[in-house]
Design a protein around this ligand. Structure first.
Ligand code: NAD
Ligand code: GLY
Length: 368
């Protein structure tokens, strides 16, 4: 990509914004904020964690300062188990002590955990101030940073507390992936494969054609940029059509219904979110198979692709009744009916509200 950048519009009514994918993006944050119409001179609170602060915060703050922004930095601890209301209180404390005003800005510099929490803190500080997302994991680049879902976990369920709060800008610098641990890189591939299954059969084929890699860093930069770009475009298109998930946006939750149950029952942080989603995709594929919605061949192709990118496909030991009761606590439950996103072919998925308990039990038995 060198000095080139790719710009993808999230065309949401009343508050459209761009996702900018740019090599050297971190050094361009000040310029990109200006391009997005965010005035220099305002106060900016950057929220991050030590894994990201160490390699990137100096250059990032420097770029902001050079463009005239008044910066402060909050470094929270890393991890899914930090995604709770205590962390939100810490961000609000920092907002108070740095005297953030209505016209100030928060920037999330990190993965999905930092992004979701900072977005929620911004949504609730002074009844809502601006947020910019600068994702540094593959998963947050292709999914979490786009679309305005923000929030934290409740002890009884993932992401139960939150708000929609769209960013003013998403800035992706793929070179930050160089420091990302391999396991996290794999987890991000789960969301990439998800787009292939639900809406982009060509992406699925591109992924199938990539030769077996010893590690994901061997992936050619051009291919990596292509799969990030395609994934961002899919997400941008879907959320532009349905900002508040009244309909089609729910297909983005493919793999998440079973995935959230795994994360909740096994303890937050044990399975990475992307790993749980991968396993959830296998489970949703099995359920689609039980119901005759897709074929054994499609289910096998999905499993093969997940395995190729180092993702788990073996269901953990869990009590079936516990799983069903956790599924019933999911956000997607309506009138006590669990809604499932199931594939109907590679590249297409639909929302189903008529899945019976017998079908769920049969699916879980086949997975166990
Ligand atoms: P994460 O934010 O926990 O990041 C993973 C790990 O990588 C952390 O330890 C982090 O410190 C480290 N890290 C981040 N960037 C790094 C870098 N460049 N170099 C080195 N280390 C780095 O996990 P994630 O997978 O990015 O996000 C998962 C979260 O995102 C979950 O809480 C999930 O619920 C949420 N999510 C939200 C949405 C949404 O639409 N809002 C969508 C998908 C997932
Ligand atoms: N990650 C699902 C969504 O943004 O709707």
């Amino acid at each position: 990509m060198n000095n080139k950048s790719r710009r993808i519009l999230v065309d949401i009514a009343n508050h459209p914004y761009e996702v900018v994918i740019a090599a050297e993006g971190l050094n361009r944050i000040g310029t990109e904020l200006n391009n997005a119409g965010i005035n220099s001179g305002i106060k900016v609170l950057v929220v991050t964690n030590p894994d990201v602060a160490k390699p990137y915060s100096n250059q990032f703050l420097e770029s902001l300062k050079q463009s005239g922004y008044r910066t402060s930095l909050l470094v929270l601890e890393a991890g899914e188990n930090q995604k709770n209301q205590n962390s939100i209180a810490r961000i609000h404390d920092a907002a108070y002590s740095t005297k953030l005003e209505r016209g100030s800005l928060m920037i999330a510099l990190g993965g999905g955990v930092i992004g979701d929490m900072t977005g929620f803190a911004a949504a609730t500080w002074l009844r809502g101030i601006s947020i910019v997302q600068v994702p540094t994991t593959l998963l947050s680049m292709v999914d979490a940073s786009i679309g305005g879902k923000t929030g934290v976990n409740h002890t009884k369920g993932k992401n139960l507390i939150g708000a929609f709060h769209q960013p003013k800008l998403v800035l992706i610098d793929p070179s930050t992936l160089q420091t990302l641990p391999e396991r996290e890189f794999h987890a991000g591939m789960a969301e990439v494969i998800k787009y292939g299954v639900i809406c982009d059969p060509q992406l699925f084929s591109i992924l199938e054609e990539i030769k077996q890699l010893n590690n994901l860093y061997q992936m050619e930069l051009g291919i990596l940029e292509e799969i990030i770009g395609r994934s961002v475009s899919s997400k941008a298109k879907i959320v532009s059509e349905d900002e508040y998930e009244n309909g089609r946006r729910a297909i983005l939750n493919y793999g998440h219904t079973f995935g959230h149950a795994i994360e909740t029952l096994c303890g937050y942080g044990k399975w990475l979110h992307g790993e749980a989603v991968a396993m959830g995709m296998v489970a949703a594929g099995e359920l689609a198979l039980v119901r005759g919605n897709w074929t054994q061949n499609e289910s096998d192709r999905q499993k093969l692709l997940l395995t190729k990118f180092g993702l788990p496909t073996k269901w953990p030991r869990l009590n079936i009744d516990d799983i069903i009761s956790t599924l019933k606590g999911d956000k997607k439950v309506q009138n006590e009916t669990i809604r499932f996103i199931l594939p109907t072919e590679i590249g297409k998925a639909k929302i189903f509200s008529d899945v019976t308990h017998e079908e769920i039990k049969e699916c879980l038995k086949r997975l166990s």
